[in-house]
Design a protein around this ligand. Structure first.
Ligand SMILES: [Zn+2]
Length: 144
């Protein structure tokens, strides 16, 4: 079958591969929504423009692609065999940027959770993880 995509359609398709509103992110949003949490998206005023922001909990979630953000020990994070130098440099830049943003967020009092692309498959576990993370930041659970 012939490739029916026009140049424009292809560029739209390719742009979807990029950072914002990715499929994993949409899944996390829908899980959070279903669990009854209020959140906002891509807050540019916060370091790293976190994907999902829970203002009531001063907590943010980053939904990370395993490859782009080099999920440790994950099979999806293996580096390409070609253009090794390029990829090593690029990916380690991503990782240090992530660490930098986390540090900045912590400094101004925000809690940070990273949800990895490979964790998206199981919605129940995802909801659990989110709840556990957000519950920790409620005043009542801080009392021991
Ligand atoms: Zn992973």
């Amino acid at each position: 079958m012939a490739d029916r995509l026009t140049e424009k359609q292809r560029s739209i398709l390719m742009s979807r591969v990029r950072t914002k509103h990715t499929a994993p992110e949409l899944t996390v949003r829908s899980v959070a929504h279903r669990a009854g949490y209020r959140f906002s998206l891509h807050r540019k005023d916060l370091p790293g423009t976190p994907d999902i922001v829970f203002p009531r909990f001063t907590s943010v979630v980053f939904v990370h692609g395993c490859f782009w953000h080099q999920h440790k020990g994950c099979s999806k994070s293996t580096q390409p065999a070609t253009r090794k130098k390029f990829w090593t440099a690029k990916l380690s830049r991503n990782m240090s940027r992530d660490a930098e943003n986390r540090k900045k967020l912590h400094k101004i009092g925000w809690r940070v959770l990273v949800i990895w692309e490979c964790e998206i498959r199981n919605r129940e576990m995802l909801a659990e993880k989110l709840k556990r993370f957000l519950d920790k930041s409620t005043p009542s659970s801080r009392v021991r």
